[in-house]
Design a protein around this ligand. Structure first.
Ligand code: SAM
Length: 274
């Protein structure tokens, strides 16, 4: 196992955590004065820090030992080895393989908002499902949930997590558009010789939840509209407070009305009426 050591703590390095997972980190651990990001292989990282090699078992054991259950609204997110006696609805997620263990503010705020908005029988789309946690939460609230992700590697993990929670959720590889990354525009790269087409998702949905990032929400604003019939609810998170403005402008231009806003630390979750 390879560990990338960054100076700081979870709070000061929070803005990097989603990017570290996107780039392949399997888990983050806070150490005195540092955050350790665990990777299956060394890669080029655009952050200041240094690499260190660890025996394969050390990181996993330490990570599991330190991982705590997380409460989010009526839910508690547990790892498979946790036990829980409280009144919360457990969501069991195998941590460290896909983003979505409940430990990130954005996942927690999305779960809390889902609990306020989902009604039994609703058709719910979780765009960028990762571990499947939000689709699983929606299904536990009685929704008919579909989780999609542009990354084929996360889909088997999401399916396994749904099985663990004994809920029926459909998962598939896909997006709202071809594999487009607005952040990559600043550093253009040669396109692959034969880009694989991204399967596109079809509405209508009663509720859509997307934990992505501000630029992607902005890019998808018009596409989000096409996911709904006459009305619906759109929950967007993964938004840094400093980038909230661009998301609000794009969503307003696409005809969405802001219903509610949450903020935890630097992260924002916006709920819109379609
Ligand atoms: N939904 C989980 C949660 O809330 O914890 C995971 C969210 S994680 C921050 C974002 C996920 O979106 C990743 O699994 C990533 O592969 C996926 N993703 C990124 N760009 C996407 C796109 N254009 N279309 C679909 N999924 C995308």
């Amino acid at each position: 196992m390879h560990v990338f050591r960054l100076r700081g703590n979870f709070e000061t390095l929070d803005i990097y955590s989603a990017a570290l997972f996107e780039l392949g980190a399997r888990g983050l651990e806070e150490k005195p004065g540092e955050v350790w990001a665990y990777f299956p292989e060394r890669i080029e990282l655009p952050f200041p820090g240094e690499w260190q090699e660890l025996p394969d078992t050390d990181w996993l054991e330490a990570y599991k030992r330190d991982l705590q259950p997380v409460r989010a609204g009526p839910f508690v997110v547990l790892a498979p080895w946790h036990t829980w006696e409280g009144p919360e609805k457990p969501i069991v997620i195998e941590p460290g393989m896909a983003f979505g263990t409940g430990h990130h503010e954005t996942t927690r705020m999305a779960l809390e908002t889902l609990a306020e908005r989902v009604e039994p029988g609703m058709r719910v789309l979780d765009l960028g499902t990762g571990s499947g946690i939000l689709a699983i939460g929606a299904a536990l609230l009685g929704a008919e949930a579909l989780g999609i992700d542009i990354d084929p590697a996360v889909i088997p993990q999401a399916i396994e997590n749904a099985r663990r929670n004994q809920v029926k959720v459909q998962f598939q590889v896909g997006s709202l558009d071809e594999a487009y990354d607005p952040l990559a525009e600043t550093a253009p790269q040669a396109p692959p010789a034969q880009p694989a087409p991204t399967p596109l998702v079809q509405g209508p949905f009663d509720l859509v939840v997307a934990n992505l990032y501000a630029e992607l929400h902005t890019y998808f604003a018009q596409k989000y509209r096409e996911l709904f019939g006459i009305c619906g609810t759109l929950i967007l998170t993964g938004i840094l407070a400093e980038r909230e403005g661009i998301v609000k402008s794009a969503l307003e231009a696409a005809g969405f009305g802001l219903l509610a806003r949450r903020q935890e630390g630097e992260w924002v979750c916006l709920t819109y009426a379609a």
